[in-house]
Design a protein around this ligand. Structure first.
Ligand SMILES: Nc1ncnc2c1ncn2[C@@H]1O[C@H](COP(=O)(O)OP(=O)(O)OP(=O)(O)O)[C@@H](O)[C@H]1O
Ligand SMILES: [Mg+2]
Length: 249
C-alpha cells in the first residue's frame, strides 16, 4: 500500500513543552485514517504539523521528519503544501467575507479566472458538504452570520475547492446535527477516490463506521495504530482497551 504521508520521530512543543512526542506514523493514500484519544492528547497539534500550520503558532516548534509523497514538507513551499494538504480546524474559522467569497478565495488565488467555472465549483462543493440548499439564495451573506454547524460545513466545502490530495479534518461533525453528520459521513468515503483523509474524532462509533486505519494517541504518544478491524476487535495495548472500554461504557 502506498503511503502518502510519513512521519518520522515528530515532536511538537508549545514553549518547549512537548504535546506530540517522537511520533512515527505512515498514512496510506486514498484511505481514511482516524486519530482518536482523550482530550489534550495532541490530536489537533499532530494534524497541524502535517501542513505546517503549527509554524504559525507563536512559541510552537516541530522537529523530526514529515514526508509528503516522499518529499520533506519543509522543502515544499507553504502555499503549495497547503493546497495539497488542506486542514479544517476544530473550531470553524471562515474568512470575514461572504459565503461566496469564502468559497472562491483559494481557487482564485491558485489561478481560476472563469466566472462560470467558479460558480459551478462553488455549487458543487457546497452540495458535497451538504450546505448548498440552505445558502443558495444568500451566497452574498457574511459567513459569520451562519450558525456554528453551517460554518463547519462551509469550511469543509471551502477546503474541497482546491481538490486537495490530503484532507485533515479535526472533529468535522462536532457542531453538526444528525442529518448534517450523515451527509459528511456519506461524503468522506466518496472523497477517498481522489483524496486521503485524516480524521480526528471523539466519536468512536464514527471511527468504526468510516476509518480504514485507526491511531490511538495518549499523552502525546502513539500507543497503537492498526487496521480498523484489528484495532477494534483485538486492541493490543491496555491503554487502548481502557480507552475503548471507557468510551463504550
Ligand atoms: N496554542 C497552544 N499553546 C500552548 N499549549 C497548547 C496550545 N495548543 C494546545 N496546547 C497543549 O498541547 C496539548 C495537546 O493539545 P491538542 O489541542 O493537540 O489536544 P487534542 O488531542 O486536540 O485535544 P481535544 O480533543 O480537546 O481537541 C495540550 O496539553 C494542550 O494544552
Ligand atoms: Mg483538538
Amino acid at each position: 500500500m502506498e503511503m502518502i504521508l510519513s512521519l518520522r520521530g515528530v515532536t511538537a512543543s508549545y514553549d518547549s513543552i512537548a504535546a506530540v512526542k517522537n511520533l512515527s506514523l505512515d498514512i496510506p493514500r486514498n484511505r481514511i485514517t482516524a486519530i482518536i484519544g482523550p482530550s489534550g492528547c495532541g490530536k489537533s497539534t499532530l494534524l497541524q504539523c502535517m501542513n505546517r500550520m503549527l509554524e504559525e503558532e507563536p512559541g510552537a516548534t516541530v522537529s523530526g521528519e514529515i514526508l509528503l509523497a516522499g518529499k520533506e514538507i519543509q522543502r515544499i513551499p507553504k502555499e503549495d503544501l497547503r493546497r495539497r494538504v488542506g486542514l479544517v480546524f476544530q473550531t470553524p474559522a471562515p474568512f470575514p467575507f461572504s459565503i461566496y467569497k469564502n468559497m472562491t478565495y483559494a481557487p482564485k488565488y491558485y489561478g481560476l479566472k472563469d466566472g462560470e467555472s467558479m460558480r459551478l465549483l462553488v455549487e458543487e462543493k457546497l452540495k458535497m458538504a451538504g450546505l448548498y440548499d440552505e445558502v443558495k439564495d444568500d451566497l452574498g451573506k457574511s459567513a459569520y452570520k451562519l450558525s456554528g454547524g453551517q460554518q463547519q460545513r462551509l469550511c469543509i466545502a471551502r477546503a474541497l475547492t482546491v481538490n486537495p490530495d490530503v484532507l485533515l479534518l479535526d472533529e468535522p461533525c462536532s457542531a453538526l446535527d444528525v442529518k448534517s453528520t450523515s451527509i459528511i459521513e456519506d461524503l468522506l468515503p466518496e472523497l477517498k477516490r481522489n483524496c486521503t483523509i485524516v480524521l480526528v474524532t471523539h466519536n468512536i462509533a464514527q471511527a468504526k463506521r468510516l476509518a480504514d486505519r485507526v491511531a490511538f494517541l495518549y499523552n502525546g504518544e502513539l500507543i497503537e495504530y492498526n487496521d480498523k478491524s484489528a484495532f477494534f476487535d483485538t486492541p493490543q495495548e491496555t491503554l487502548t482497551r481502557d480507552f475503548l472500554g471507557g468510551a463504550r461504557g
